[in-house]
Design a protein around this ligand. Structure first.
Ligand SMILES: *Cc1c(COP(=O)(O)O)cnc(C)c1O
Length: 357
């Protein structure tokens, strides 16, 4: 679909009074408090219109709204930090923009133009910079979302859409080492499905198996391939990596694996550091054997929320396999520190990964 859009800067409709003073920004409750403003734009009659920055607030929508019935909706997630100089730093937003547009294609939705996604995000951060926490470990989570807005319950792709970017201060993320269960019954994504798209339905479908795993004492499930449940794909809503005999091993990007930006960043750093990297099929048997013969050194999930989440226990067919202690995980700890330093502007941005506002 066309993505034509003319204006370079979005008109700003500021709030009459900021809510910032009412919020404890040093101890934010993630996902429930939202900053003063949002980016908003509509796709109508084949073009983007009405792009603006406006006060965060409720929307008035039809009960027949297409996304509510058929789930034609996609989202993104990224974070903004503040450096010592008070500048706002956003990590790799172009990658989120490109990924959102790939998700849009898969879901019969229009691409969002750069002027709305990236310039809008920049203007929003400029306006709401006071909402970016300065405390170590805290950040402002940015949530772009695109959804179908036709007031029509016939089943077909919507012709109208709304794009928003809302933001929520996020507290210190205690990335405790997690206990995970290899899922051999339920499926997150299959070949030819929507696993590579950040579409709403994927997360709704994952809730029940994740809840079951939770009731059995596990934080997350490790998703396996939908056909045989023999190959590892992801860890919850994170990508998954292993260090085996000094090599970094991770499932290749297929159409059932979400192409994580953290994943790609970790792989880029590993390659720079001269660590052998293998992106390929990773079988459950290989991982269990590597745990048993002691060649598995590290296992971790990676994604925007935690950056790196160490895995301490992997359950398979009713057996809990304990992994080496997290203090000795040289690669995961090193790559975590390096990424945090880049995101927070404490080390040079050699890769051009940071947008500074
Ligand atoms: C968002 C997401 C990831 C991680 O992607 P990042 O870009 O690193 O945040 C991994 N897996 C799933 C299923 C996701 O939704």
């Amino acid at each position: 679909m066309t993505t034509e859009f003319a204006s370079a800067t979005l008109p700003i409709h500021p709030v009459a009074k900021s809510r910032l003073a009412e919020v404890d920004l040093q101890n934010p409750v993630f996902g429930r408090t939202f900053a003063d403003h949002m980016v908003s734009a509509d796709f109508v009659d084949g073009r983007w219109t009405n792009a603006q920055i406006m006060p965060y607030g409720n929307l008035s929508l039809s009960p027949a709204l297409s996304v509510i019935h058929y789930g034609q909706g996609i989202f993104e997630g990224l974070k903004a930090y503040k450096n010592d100089k008070g500048e706002v730093l956003v990590f790799r937003p172009e990658e989120n923009w490109k990924r959102m547009n790939r998700s849009a294609l898969r879901m019969c939705m229009p691409e969002v133009p750069e002027e709305i996604f990236l310039d809008g995000l920049r203007e929003l951060m400029n306006l709401d910079r006071g909402w970016v926490p300065t405390r170590e470990g805290c950040s402002l989570y940015l949530r772009p979302v695109l959804f179908a807005t036709d007031a029509f319950i016939g089943l077909r792709p919507s012709e109208t859409f709304k794009f928003l970017i809302i933001t929520s201060p996020a507290g210190v993320y205690y990335a405790e080492p997690v206990k995970v269960k290899i899922e051999t019954h339920y499926t997150r994504a299959v070949e030819g499905g929507t696993g590579a798209a950040k579409c709403a339905g994927n997360y709704a479908a994952a809730m029940y198996p994740t809840k079951l795993a939770g009731s059995q004492g596990y934080h997350q499930v490790i998703w396996t391939d939908g056909k045989q449940h023999q190959y590892i794909e992801e860890a919850g809503s994170m990508n998954i990596m292993f260090v085996i005999n000094g090599k970094l091993v991770t499932p290749a990007e297929t159409d059932s694996v979400l192409p994580g930006i953290t994943r790609r960043s970790v792989l880029a750093l590993a390659r720079e550091w001269g660590i052998p990297v293998e992106e390929r099929k990773v079988s459950v048997n290989e991982i269990i054997e590597a745990i048993q013969n002691g060649s598995l050194e590290e296992a971790f999930g990676c994604g925007t929320a935690a950056t790196i989440a160490h895995i301490r226990t992997i359950a398979y067919q009713g057996v809990d396999y304990e992994l080496p202690g997290v203090e000795n995980r040289r690669f995961a700890n090193r790559v975590y520190n390096e990424l945090e330093d880049i995101k927070r502007g404490r080390t040079a941005d050699r890769h051009g990964w940071v947008m500074t506002i």
